[in-house]
Design a protein around this ligand. Sequence first.
Ligand SMILES: *Cc1c(COP(=O)(O)O)cnc(C)c1O
Length: 230
Amino acid sequence: MSIAENLIKIRERMDRAARDAGRDPSEVRLVAVSKTKPAAAIAEAFGCGQSIFGENYVQELVAKQAELSAEICWHFIGNLQSNKVRQIAGLAEMIHSVDRLSLAKEIDRQWGALGRSCDILIQVNISSEPTKGGTSSQELLDLVAEVAALPHLRVRGLMTMPPFFDDPEAARPFFKALRELSRQVEAAGIAGVEMRELSMGMSGDFEAAIGEGATLVRVGSALFGERDYR
Ligand SMILES: *Cc1c(COP(=O)(O)O)cnc(C)c1O
C-alpha cells in the first residue's frame, strides 16, 4: 500500500476512535514519525496534507528540515542529549521528550538565544521500565514546577511510551494513568503550565490512546512501513 492510502486509513481509524469515545476528531492530531525514512517519503505524505512530522535523531531532523518544505512542522520525539540541543534550536516546533531539568535548561538557553520560546511536553516513564526515558510519576510535579519557571519554555502537556504489547488493549491502563497525571498537574495550578496535549499512542495502539484522551498520536510504521534500520 502507498503512503497516501495508509494515511487515509489511519485518519479514518483516528476519526472513528475519537467518535467512539465521544470526542471531536479535530482534537486529535497525527504526528507522522519519519525516523530512518527518506525525505521523499515525507514529501509524499506532506503532499497528501500531513503537516506534522516526528523525528528521533538530531542529525536526521537537521538534514531533512534543510531539504524539505519550510511549511512542515517538525516535532522532536526521541531521546535528546543536551549537547545536541543547539543544532535543532528553532527547528523543532515541539519537543515531546523533556524528562530532566538539565535538558530543559539547555532548551531554554538555546531558544532564548534566538529570542523565541519552545513548546515542550514532559515525558513520563509511566511503566517504570529501567530502559525507558521519562521522569517517574513521583517526580513529575516537581519537575514541571522547575521547568515552568524557565522563561523560554512553555509546558504544554505530557508524553509517554508504554511497554509494547501484542494486544493494544493492554496499553490502555498506561494511557489512562497518563491522563490522570495530567489532571493532577493541571490541578496543581502551576503558573505558565497548560496541560493541552497528551502525546500517546503509536502504530499498534493509537486507537486505545485516543479512547483515553490522546491529542497527539505518534504513528510511524503503519504509515511509512517497517523501518529501515540505521
Ligand atoms: C518510533 C517511535 C514512534 C512510532 O512507532 P511506530 O510503532 O512505528 O508507530 C512513536 N514514538 C516514538 C517516541 C518513537 O520513537
